[in-house]
Write a protein that binds this ligand. Structure first.
Ligand SMILES: C[S@@+](CC[C@H](N)C(=O)[O-])C[C@H]1O[C@@H](n2cnc3c(N)ncnc32)[C@H](O)[C@@H]1O
Length: 292
């Protein structure tokens, strides 16, 4: 196995019509890669969907495996993850991109594919991933397949936003074929369609301590930042003032910045920066951005 994988056909594993299914080859390759001589002691599949992992277990002659999904009455948010697994494969919904309620023909409030705010989805995914990690045997692995999502023009990187439990052992890119978006035409020609998924392999290397990697989005006002140049502050100010500003106007804004604190020569600094940088140009009495 290498860090980029590509499977043009999904093979004869599970229900080929199950929406959002994955190829069995990826599970098979993972097991063969990590357990080349002896099979996993116990293989658990979370979000087993159309039975892909079960057919892989049969083909590899793994008898100690469990394949769990809402569609066979098991709820990842409420029910316990079976204990004693040294290999867990999970393939959660990619937020609400495919509705599994429709596929099952029954509603579950814990279905991770329900229409919900993205932050809520990440919260629920974290709950499941933490449970999965704790259930692993020491030395065990959790391999998780998940894609990125673009919705209403915004890009969501699920792997970046979710918490990582344990040590990342591998990050594999899987080329994606037959996406829902393949038949779409896009009005913007600088749009880059998503053609890959991520396969992350986490390993439990410690018994008592869990390494958790958490993404935290904060909003920083550049007026409060000191690690910024006068040039960049002035550029932002001129853009804010619709690309035409007198020194006085720039000064009136930037004098309130953190950068200006403890500087008794702010006006001089602004004048010097404007004169010394070729990306600022004076036209009559006003400064404009000049990007050449
Ligand atoms: C991307 S699909 C998995 C597809 C599977 N790998 C296959 O090849 O068929 C995601 C699955 O997550 C299941 N699911 C969503 N929320 C769940 C929950 N709370 N507990 C268990 N399964 C859930 C859905 O029923 C769906 O089958």
């Amino acid at each position: 196995m290498q860090s980029i994988v590509s499977y043009k056909n999904r093979g004869n594993f599970g229900d080929s019509k199950y929406r959002g299914n994955c190829t069995g080859y990826i599970i098979k390759d993972l097991i063969n890669n990590y357990y080349p001589t002896s099979k996993p002691k116990k293989f658990v599949e979370i979000f087993s969907g159309g039975g892909t992992g079960k057919d892989v277990a049969i083909e590899l002659n793994i008898t100690n495996s469990l394949h769990l999904d809402l569609n066979n009455g098991w709820d990842a948010l409420i029910d316990e993850i079976p204990s004693g697994a040294d290999f867990i494969f999970s393939h959660p919904p990619y937020w609400d991109i495919i509705s599994y309620e429709t596929q099952r023909n029954s509603y579950s409030e814990n279905d991770l594919s329900n229409n919900m705010p993205y932050e809520k989805f990440i919260e629920k995914l974290n709950i499941v991933n933490e449970k999965i990690y704790h259930s692993l045997l020491y030395g065990g692995r959790h391999a998780m397949l998940i894609g990125d999502v673009r919705k209403n023009g915004k890009y969501y990187s699920i792997i970046k936003d979710m918490t990582w439990y344990g040590d990342l052992e591998s990050h594999i890119i899987k080329i994606q074929y037959n996406c829902l978006s393949d038949n779409k035409t896009y009005s913007s020609n600088n749009f880059i369609p998503i053609k890959h998924e991520h396969l992350l392999v986490f390993k439990k290397n410690k018994l008592w301590i869990v390494n958790e990697k958490i993404t935290n989005t904060i909003q920083v006002n550049i007026m409060e930042v000191t690690n910024i140049t006068w040039r960049d502050l002035i550029q932002a100010t001129i853009q804010y003032l619709k690309n035409k500003a007198t020194i006085e106007e720039i000064y009136n804004i930037l004098v309130k910045s953190k950068k200006a604190e403890n500087n008794n020569h702010v006006r001089e600094k602004i004048r010097q920066t404007l004169n010394n940088n070729s990306n600022f140009k004076k036209i009559n009495n006003e400064w404009v951005l000049c990007i050449e």
